[in-house]
Design a protein around this ligand. Structure first.
Ligand code: HEC
Length: 126
């Protein structure tokens, strides 16, 4: 199981790098966990109980707006995104550009930070 998760993260990171020519680094789940603590936990949980924002366990590979969150905006749902690594990367870079009017306001402009965050989120399987 641990081994499987590790491989999933590595595969995810490879996709991020394929999806962005600017990718200079490899996402590290431990770095992502730190960033998540600093920038995301005020609104997001990863334990199945939503806060101000949806719980993000299992978000990698899920359709946008398809968690068990009661207050998703139509703006997010109607994007019809499926959050594979590339689309999640695009969303986190500029949520208001990808889903105009979404309640998710926090952009993560640095590609490196996004890679770390996604590596972390990819470890949180359902
Ligand atoms: C100020 C509160 C707030 C912060 C801080 C925040 N978010 Fe969000 N986020 C939200 C809300 C609210 C939504 C739901 C958006 C909607 O329905 O339009 C959301 C949605 C999302 C989604 C889509 C989830 C889904 O189930 O479709 C992802 C992924 C996400 N946020 C990641 C992050 C990450 C990573 C961070 C930290 C870098 C972060 N968010 C910081 C409030 C926040």
């Amino acid at each position: 199981m641990r081994r499987y998760l590790g491989e999933a993260v590595v595969a995810g990171v490879a996709l991020v790098m394929a999806g962005s020519a600017a990718a200079a680094t490899t996402g590290k789940a431990a770095e992502g966990a730190k960033l998540f603590q600093q920038r995301c936990v005020s609104c997001h949980t990863v334990k199945g109980n939503a806060g101000i924002g949806p719980d993000l366990r299992g978000v990698v590979g899920r359709k946008a707006g398809a968690g068990s969150f009661a207050r998703y905006t139509p703006a997010l749902k109607k994007t019809n995104l499926t959050f594979d690594v590339a689309e999640l990367d695009r969303f986190l870079a500029a949520p208001q550009r990808v889903a105009p009017g979404s309640a998710m306001m926090i952009s993560t402009p640095r590609q490196e930070d996004r890679a770390h965050l996604i590596a972390f989120l990819a470890t949180l399987k359902k």
